[in-house]
Ligand binder design. Structure first.
Ligand code: F6P
Length: 323
């Protein structure tokens, strides 16, 4: 193998740049030419790439986002789009591609692998909903951003005897909300995996108020049926019963930005370096992730057909402590 490509796809995640840097430098060390593809699968279909040298990936690791740019491509979901990408890569002599991304992106990797093109995925999404890695790239930094916000909100909430609904990202997955609630000592949390009625939350808040709490934090996952907007509307009609005055803060994209912390820089570096080795070992069609502390490759067939579960023990602890 002589020429490979790397791309970042889907939602950017802090730590992607560390992975790119590790892939480029490990690849060069192994005698490969590494091409950086701009804007994910969109760039792959357009042949939009350039050769990356060691120095070009210097000074990128500490930055959030992705220096290669990212995209969500509808065209790549079609066979014609993937054929075009393969044709472009074959014309340029690119023999394999490393895809850094989450669920949707690795579904694209899997489809490419099924067409016979050598692919390796790198597990990256702040949502932590990708099977094949206990923790994915970007999660730790996103959690720290959410946590810092909760600590700040507590100050203002306590000053005014308010309850804050804090909505965190996570599409259909409650992992970010659960971990933020645990680490932030939230009084309640709402996640899509275990839907809870607004009535129950209202009762929990009223109980907290009657116990003399100066404030309360409710962490809400964006993918919950009762998101922050729905809950706020419901609660405003029950203000008397709840006791606290209510406010909502939606964190949104703030969580995806920012400089990666130590954990994501190391994880990105480890996953990126390992991805090149798995390519050289010809373990094509697999996803590189971290399972039980080890960097391992899981077949993309398994990744795309499996559902990652929330850690049941932490879910139980969170319920007990949020009182
Ligand atoms: O998958 C990562 C994520 O940030 C989700 O948490 C969120 O629902 C989604 O991406 C937002 O997607 P987009 O960047 O396309 O708006």
């Amino acid at each position: 193998m002589k020429r490979i490509a790397v791309l970042t796809s889907g939602g950017d995640a802090p730590g992607m740049n560390a992975a790119i840097r590790a892939i480029v430098r490990t690849g060069i060390e192994e005698g490969l030419e590494v091409f950086g593809v701009r804007h994910g699968f969109t760039g792959l279909m357009a042949g939009d790439w350039s050769l990356l040298e060691r120095r070009e990936v210097g000074g990128i690791m500490q930055h959030g986002g992705t220096v290669l740019g990212s995209a969500r491509s509808l065209e790549f979901k079609t066979e014609a789009g993937r054929k075009l990408a393969i044709q472009k890569m074959e014309q340029a002599g690119i023999e394999a591609v490393i895809v850094i991304g989450g669920n949707g992106s690795q579904t694209g990797s899997h489809a490419l692998a099924q067409m016979g093109f050598p692919v390796i995925g790198v597990a990256s999404t702040i949502d932590n909903d990708l099977y094949g890695s206990d923790i994915t790239l970007g999660v730790d930094t996103a959690l720290n951003v959410a946590l810092e916000t909760i600590d700040r909100l507590r100050n203002t909430a306590a000053s005014h005897q308010r309850a804050f609904l804090v909505e965190v990202m996570g599409r259909n997955c409650g992992y970010l909300a659960l971990m933020t609630a645990l680490a932030g000592g939230a009084e309640a949390f709402v996640i899509p995996e275990v839907e809870i009625s607004p009535e129950t939350i209202a009762t929990e808040l009223a109980d907290a108020y009657n116990r003399g709490k100066s404030h309360a934090i409710v962490v809400v996952a964006e993918g919950s049926q009762n998101n922050a907007a729905a809950l706020l509307e419901h609660f405003q009609q029950h203000h008397e019963r709840i006791g606290f005055k209510l406010r909502a803060t939606i964190l949104g994209y703030v969580q995806r930005g920012g400089n990666p912390g130590v954990f994501d820089r190391i994880l990105g570096t480890e996953l990126g370096a390992a991805a090149v080795q798995f390519l050289l070992n010809r373990q094509f069609g697999s996803l590189v992730g971290r399972l039980s502390g080890e960097i391992v490759a899981t077949p993309l067939d398994v990744v795309v057909s499996s559902q990652k579960e929330l850690p049941a023990n932490l879910l139980k602890i969170a319920r007990t402590l949020a009182q």
